[in-house]
Design a protein around this ligand. Sequence first.
Ligand code: F6P
Length: 328
Amino acid sequence: MEIKTIKKIGVLTSGGDAPGMNAAIRATVRAGFYYNLEMYGIYRGYEGMINDEIKKLDSKNIAHVLERGGTFLKSARSAEFRTPEGRKKAHDNLKKHGIDALVVIGGDGSLTGAHLFYKEFGIPAVGIPGTIDNDLAGTDITVGFDTACNTAIEAIDKIRDTATSHDRLFFVEVMGRDAGFIAINAGIGSAAAATLIPEKKMPIERLVERLKARTKAMKTSNIVIVAEGGKSGGAAEIAEKIKKELPYYDIKVTILGHLQRGGAPSALDRVLASKLGVAAVEGLLQGKYDVMAGVINNKVVYTPISKAILGEKEVDEDDFRVVRILST
Ligand code: F6P
């Protein structure tokens, strides 16, 4: 592949925000300055690219952002960018600013955008996996996942206190879209009675049996983690079904929701985001286009975006086995 001369890089965050996105932007911009490039912030993701919300960044823009949750570049889910007309407008704006390459920080939808854009206009792009869902192949872990798991576990610990005080059964719903990665970690890390994930169907009868066994064993608090994309329904739906089967339980439902997306990034997310920001810029300079920078076994690797977004990352069978063994 021909290596293009790159002088100006645009960086954007898109889709659901994730803790560590600011750290990834900062590392990308710092690495750009290190290699004497001009760096541009594209605000509000692809929506901002279409509406020309593009500004040249200097070192002041990225001071004291590493430790902050959210994304100072803002984020959006752009329906217009999904249309060829929207992408043409976006491309015209990049040309206007002389931007020759992109670093896109986001999840599968955001990386799909970068992939399409490269195919249609040949704009070199490197993706950084930024999503709490951890559902991208080509990296052991995505930026934001570790913080989201920590947040979920901290919240569940608090729920545990009140669950124990009242001998209650709680159904706690965690995010993850169609993937059960947050649920698995939250289940292991909070000693859940059961963990329901989209990847494995658990018949209600089995859950009922497990809860009955726990009653026999005099367990005073029960927390069931439900991944939002679960096949048997959300936490509220499952709680309703269990109420019918086990009426003696005092049941409550908590949906953790967007609090899992906020907060200062963990040490792991800060370091991961920083490594990947540098890797994204270096990848572009080495002619690695249409790829996602990720970390596998603690080494930076570049995976074609088309492969990273296929939804091929699977919940580790061993992790699931651990959940089963520890929940009985
Ligand atoms: O992809 C991140 C995520 O938080 C998912 O876990 C969740 O399903 C979705 O985004 C929620 O999206 P929104 O913030 O647009 O409601």
